[in-house]
Design a protein around this ligand. Structure first.
Ligand SMILES: *[C@@H]1O[C@H](CO)[C@@H](O)[C@H](O)[C@H]1NC(C)=O
Ligand SMILES: *[C@@H]1O[C@H](CO)[C@@H](O)[C@H](O)[C@H]1NC(C)=O
Ligand SMILES: *[C@@H]1O[C@H](CO)[C@@H](O)[C@H](O)[C@H]1NC(C)=O
Ligand SMILES: *[C@@H]1O[C@H](CO)[C@@H](O)[C@H](O)[C@H]1NC(C)=O
Ligand SMILES: *[C@@H]1O[C@H](CO)[C@@H](O)[C@H](O)[C@H]1NC(C)=O
Ligand SMILES: *[C@@H]1O[C@H](CO)[C@@H](O)[C@H](O)[C@H]1NC(C)=O
Ligand SMILES: *[C@@H]1O[C@H](CO)[C@@H](O)[C@H](O)[C@H]1NC(C)=O
Ligand SMILES: *[C@@H]1O[C@H](CO)[C@@H](O)[C@H](O)[C@H]1NC(C)=O
Ligand SMILES: *[C@@H]1O[C@H](CO)[C@@H](O)[C@H](O)[C@H]1NC(C)=O
Length: 412
């Protein structure tokens, strides 16, 4: 591209100018190898799509059936977006697009995937089937997609079988959230040897089979929020030695084993908010030298173990809103914390000097909606980075004019 062409390109892309160019069907917009037919209320795939097309957007139209030759000879096509239509796919829908790498079929009300639909497209790397009405995937339908790395099946009604994911040797991301899953076959993920990201949030899982994650030492992100899991799941997680992100919020965890997370030395973030925890084990954070974010909001915690944060020097974000604290919890060890939130408990006293003086990187301290009546500016004098102390909805905000005492704030 020559430099003086650039403004024209920008105009075409941003103003959606119609190009009556050869190989660009009306009402689409085309540029180079991109054919863009989004949002046009199309009821059929336009004829005459340029054979040079590599990227084809048919997003947000009214497409229902795709005639057998709709994509005839489009052998350059690598990216096809059919999302947000009412397409009923057929065995031959993808017959001519054998170089396809990326297919978006999300939001189409699809009820079944025809057995042979992906036969012509063994190169597929990225497949989105989210937000349809799928109840299952026929056993062999995706089995030949050996190069598939990303599969999104979220917001369907999928039930998993032992061999649903067989053959997906390259899969690293599997999204299964929002499927009303109440149980998982213990071998369901065993054949996905490269799996890194697994999303199972928004289901109805009560427990996890003990050997569900056998040999899953590639897994880095495990998202289990919004289920009805209890503390009994921790033995099932034991083998996940590469885990960096563990999301367990919105479950029914009321107790934790003595060292629940110690087999995850690489853990960066843990969410345990919206559970029923009242007591945390002394060894909750044992071995977590890289933990940077800990979410404990919306539980019933009244006290923290004395030495909980002893080795938590990497922790930067600690959220403990809406618990039952009646005094500032012990925070010794948290020398690098940047953001500490403790709103909506029953804390009565301003944190002591010994508590705050160690938190030298603290920028935000949220103590709003507590019962704090007094404060001492001298105590925060050493906290030179502290710019935001939220005290809204505490008695102190009624009794005192704090507009003179930055960084304390009585209004958000
Ligand atoms: C598509 O149809 C809707 C409803 O009939 C209409 O409001 C909208 O303007 C149409 N869009 C185009 C691009 O024709
Ligand atoms: C597709 O290719 C065949 C064989 O090369 C040719 O006969 C046919 O006209 C082509 N169709 C289109 C729509 O280009
Ligand atoms: C797809 O092809 C298979 C045979 O390979 C057949 O059993 C099935 O009914 C076909 N599905 C559709 C939707 O045509
Ligand atoms: C899968 O990917 C590998 C490595 O990129 C490549 O050599 C192979 O041809 C691909 N398989 C298919 C069916 O395209
Ligand atoms: C699924 O795998 C489990 C464990 O290997 C086995 O006990 C069970 O019989 C299998 N179910 C089916 C339907 O093959
Ligand atoms: C949790 O899942 C239910 C359905 O299973 C859904 O309605 C709700 O919005 C989800 N909540 C969150 C916070 O995602
Ligand atoms: C902190 O680390 C020391 C030395 O590795 C260890 O002895 C101690 O048990 C750890 N404490 C906690 C609460 O993890
Ligand atoms: C501030 O820090 C200095 C040096 O670390 C220490 O001697 C002093 O007691 C601290 N003052 C307060 C109010 O925390
Ligand atoms: C609070 O103090 C500020 C600055 O001294 C002053 O302008 C303001 O009127 C005071 N507000 C009240 C409610 O006393």
């Amino acid at each position: 591209m020559t430099p003086h062409m650039f403004p024209t390109v920008v105009l075409l892309v941003f103003m959606n100018v119609r190009l009556p160019a050869k190989g660009c069907p009306l009402p689409c917009a085309c540029f180079a190898s991109i054919t863009d037919c989004r949002n046009e209320n199309l009821t059929s795939v336009p004829q005459g799509i340029g054979l040079q097309t590599e990227t084809l957007f048919l997003t947000a139209n009214q497409l229902t059936t795709i005639p057998p030759r709709a994509f005839w000879n489009l052998t350059s096509l690598t990216f096809l977006d059919l999302s947000n239509n009412k397409v009923i796919p057929d065995n031959d829908t993808l017959d001519y697009v054998r170089n396809l790498l990326s297919l978006d079929f999300s939001e189409n009300d699809i009820q079944t995937i025809p057995t042979d639909i992906f036969q012509p497209t063994p190169k597929l790397v990225w497949l989105n089937l989210a937000k349809n009405q799928l109840k299952s995937l026929p056993n062999d339908v995706i089995r030949n997609l050996h190069n598939l790395t990303y599969l999104d099946l979220s917001d369907n009604f999928i039930e998993l079988h032992n061999n649903t994911f067989e053959g997906l040797y390259s899969l690293d991301t599997l999204i299964l959230s929002g499927n009303r899953l109440s149980s998982l076959p213990s071998v369901a993920f065993h054949t996905i040897s490269q799996l890194q990201i697994l999303e199972l949030s928004n289901n109805k899982l009560k427990y996890l089979p003990n050997n569900l994650f056998d040999k899953k030492d590639s897994l880095t992100d495990l998202i289990l929020s919004n289920n009805t899991l209890t503390g009994s799941i921790f033995p099932a997680l034991r083998g996940l030695s590469s885990l960096k992100y563990l999301y367990l919020s919105n479950n029914r965890i009321s107790s934790l084993p003595p060292f629940p997370l110690e087999s995850f030395p690489l853990l960066h973030k843990v969410t345990l908010s919206h559970n029923s925890l009242s007591v945390l084990p002394d060894g909750l954070l044992k071995g977590l030298n890289q933990l940077s974010v800990l979410e404990l909001s919306d539980n019933s915690i009244a006290q923290l173990p004395k030495e909980l944060f002893q080795n938590s020097s990497s922790l930067e974000y600690l959220h403990m809103d809406r618990n039952m604290f009646s005094e500032m919890p012990m925070l010794a060890g948290l020398q690098n914390v940047v953001e500490l939130t403790l709103c909506c408990s029953k804390i009565q006293h301003w944190p002591s000097e010994v508590t705050l003086s160690q938190l030298e990187y603290l920028e935000t301290l949220d103590l709003s909606s507590n019962l704090i009546v007094n404060f001492d500016m001298n105590i925060v004098r050493n906290n030179t980075k502290l710019t935001n102390v939220l005290l809204t909805n505490n008695p102190i905000c009624v009794n005192m004019n704090l507009s003179v005492a930055m960084p304390l704030k009585c209004i958000n």
